[in-house]
Design a protein around this ligand. Structure first.
Ligand SMILES: Cc1cc2nc3c(=O)[nH]c(=O)nc-3n(C[C@H](O)[C@H](O)[C@H](O)COP(=O)(O)O)c2cc1C
Length: 294
């Protein structure tokens, strides 16, 4: 998986020092320092490419990473003030202009999503982009159908018991106390053709999916989505993270089919994306619940 070009390598040892598993190491052979690959640990390689990226001599090749595609690391032009201002001004956008988003801009959002750190270093996160209004409408109808049937089920003690068994006590509590009270209105407004409070008439929906077996799949999807959110912000687009859409994508067979979602995968994050209809004028104060140094 890793190859060292000993003609180029100066045995500085940085590659092994940055490697989480110390897969490369510098040893003494015939009174000379030489970088070797640990035969005990090579199977632990996650293919993260840190060794190749940090090597000052370009002496390391990692399988699957083409060094011709490497780019030199440059000085960052973005300042901490610019970054914080962007984060302060970002708000979840729930009303969009009826204006399509060019795919080249969507691809920039995807470029950012690719850059997210990933647990287990697996590159297993997938993205489905839906920018076809007809598909968005079909998807929307199917999602509302699911929530309508869930509303009915929660009103019936036996069906509620089955939902509790499947979802668990915590999720059922979230559904009953947080999701469904608003959802009852959403369903009514959708049926009355007043508004779509789930997909929010977004021109684009981005779904982040991962293998069910991926231990960090949910977190990977969320972090990728948040990388995308910040790129969208720079591109003057608005986004809203949406937790109502993924469960429907996973549970409704017609939606799985519509998305062509492989059986071993689930959608864990979703973003509605588009040009904001309204501009926020003020940055409001915001604090986490607690920050402590120990
Ligand atoms: C994990 C997560 C799930 C969310 N789910 C929804 C959602 O289903 N619908 C929605 O309108 N907003 C959703 N949001 C957006 C939050 O409501 C929003 O981030 C929060 O109110 C703070 O507002 P801001 O994003 O404008 O700063 C979600 C955000 C996160 C991080």
């Amino acid at each position: 998986m890793i190859k060292i070009d000993h003609e180029k390598c100066n045995s500085c040892g940085i590659c092994g020092h940055v490697c989480p598993r110390h897969i490369t190491e510098v040893v003494e052979r015939n009174n000379e320092k030489v970088t070797v690959i640990s035969t005990d640990r090579i199977d632990l390689c996650m293919g993260c490419g840190h060794c190749a990226a940090v090597c000052p001599d370009g002496a390391i090749q990692v399988e699957g990473l083409d060094s011709k595609e490497f780019k030199p690391v440059g000085e960052l032009e973005i300042t901490e003030n610019q970054l914080l201002t962007m984060m302060e001004q970002r708000r979840s956008i729930r009303r969009y202009k009826n204006k399509p988003v060019p795919r080249e801009l969507l691809n920039r959002i995807i470029d950012a999503a690719h850059r997210a750190p990933t647990g287990t270093s697996s590159r297993s996160t997938g993205i489905i982009v839906i920018d076809n209004p007809e598909i968005l409408k079909n998807l929307s109808d199917l999602i509302y159908k699911l929530y309508e049937s869930l509303e009915k089920a929660l009103g019936n003690p036996i069906a509620r018991f089955i939902v509790k068994k499947r979802a668990g006590k915590k999720k059922l509590g979230t559904l009953e106390r947080f999701v469904m009270p608003g959802m009852r209105w959403y369903i009514r407004w959708y049926r009355e053709n007043r508004s779509n409070e789930i997909l929010r008439d977004c021109p684009v929906l981005m779904l982040f999916h991962s293998p069910v077996a991926e231990p960090m799949g949910e977190t990977n999807c969320a972090i990728s989505a948040f990388h995308g959110i910040f790129m969208a912000e720079i591109l003057k687009m608005g986004t809203c993270f949406n937790d109502l859409i993924p469960p429907a994508c996973n549970r409704v067979p017609e939606i799985r089919k519509l998305l062509d979602l492989p059986e071993d995968r689930e959608v864990y994050s979703s973003l509605t994306i588009g040009y904001p209809k309204y501009k926020f004028k003020q940055v409001i104060p915001r604090k986490l619940a607690e920050v402590r140094y120990l």
